[in-house]
Design a protein around this ligand. Structure first.
Ligand code: B1M
Length: 235
């Protein structure tokens, strides 16, 4: 996008110009500028959540649209993703340090065959900030990896992410293996990712589909509260 603004001084831009400029910088994969923009907004009193959603996630949407339309290609998208990750790295500790009470433990990872991890990382960050302990398995996870970790970590929640229509069916494979082993009902299963929807979540036997990270946090809280209620009724 913009390449004639080398001498632009980000800190001199008002918010309503800085944010679109950050979207451009993200689009152009300008890691240092994105980091600078994040720091400027935080310095101006923006909440980490607003910086995340309004400056970073909204910018990535444009990247996604142009990738879909064949305007951007994998190398450019990778640069944008790296710039996004650099911005997220600054926000991560800030989102995690809310002092929220411990809520439960979640194992999260992107499914087998899928290397997209930005959305999954965002969910992990927001969940951590809401008081959940997170075991992040990264990308490309086979069913055994999820299941072994759920058991060894004595987790409450399984979170699976998929960004490809070709990898989302693997979520059902994981849930089916849980059923075969008789442990499906021991865990809350939440799924998410851009190509999913509620109907898909229901069809594969997940407890809920989460549209975004904020919904994941709210949904996880609701299910954990229900679990605690059930436990206190049976005790
Ligand atoms: Co890829 N890619 N990509 N990609 N990529 C998509 C997904 C695509 C939609 C682009 C497009 O065509 N418009 C398309 C998929 C088409 C389809 O399946 N129908 C696509 C493709 C085709 C591919 C390749 C096949 C391209 C190729 O090689 N020819 C390839 C596949 C590699 C593989 O996985 N095997 C590929 C590769 C890549 C990069 C490596 C270049 C890079 C990933 C870098 C990385 O993640 N480290 C990349 C990127 C960045 C994208 C787009 C542009 C952006 C994804 C993203 O990070 N979004 C994406 C376009 C799009 O999604 N519109 C695209 C920002 C993020 C914050 O949103 O991930 O949706 P999202 O997460 C949200 C929610 O979905 C939800 O909460 C998050 C935060 O609010 N959520 C969860 C996500 N996971 C959750 C888990 C939960 C709960 C909620 O658990 C409880």
């Amino acid at each position: 996008m913009a390449d004639d603004d080398d001498d632009l001084i980000l800190s001199e831009l008002p918010d309503d110009e800085l944010v679109p400029q950050m979207h451009d910088d993200l689009y152009d994969g300008l890691r240092d500028e994105v980091v600078e923009g994040v720091n400027i907004l935080l310095g101006r009193g923006w909440t980490p959540y607003d910086v995340l959603t309004k400056a970073l996630v909204a910018g990535m949407k444009v990247v996604g649209d142009d990738f879909r339309d064949g305007i951007l290609f994998v190398p450019e998208v990778l640069l944008a993703a790296n710039a996004m990750k650099a911005g997220m790295a600054i926000l991560k500790p800030l989102l995690a340090e809310t002092g929220a009470p411990r809520m439960g433990k979640m194992v999260i990872g992107t499914v087998k065959g899928d290397i997209h991890d930005i959305g999954k990382n965002l969910v992990a960050m927001m969940m951590e900030g809401a008081g959940f302990e997170i075991i992040d398995l990264g990308i490309n996870n086979a069913a055994e990896k999820y299941l072994d970790t759920l058991v060894s970590e004595d987790a409450d929640i399984l979170g699976m992410s998929a960004l490809l229509t070709t990898t989302m069916p693997y979520m059902k494979v994981v849930i089916d293996v849980m059923k075969e082993r008789g442990i499906r009902d021991d865990y809350i299963v939440l799924v998410g990712g851009a190509p999913l929807n509620e109907e898909f979540g229901r069809a594969i036997g997940a407890d809920a589909y989460c549209r975004d990270a904020a919904v994941a946090v709210e949904t996880a809280k609701e299910f954990i509260a229900r679990k605690h209620n059930q436990m206190s009724q049976t005790a």
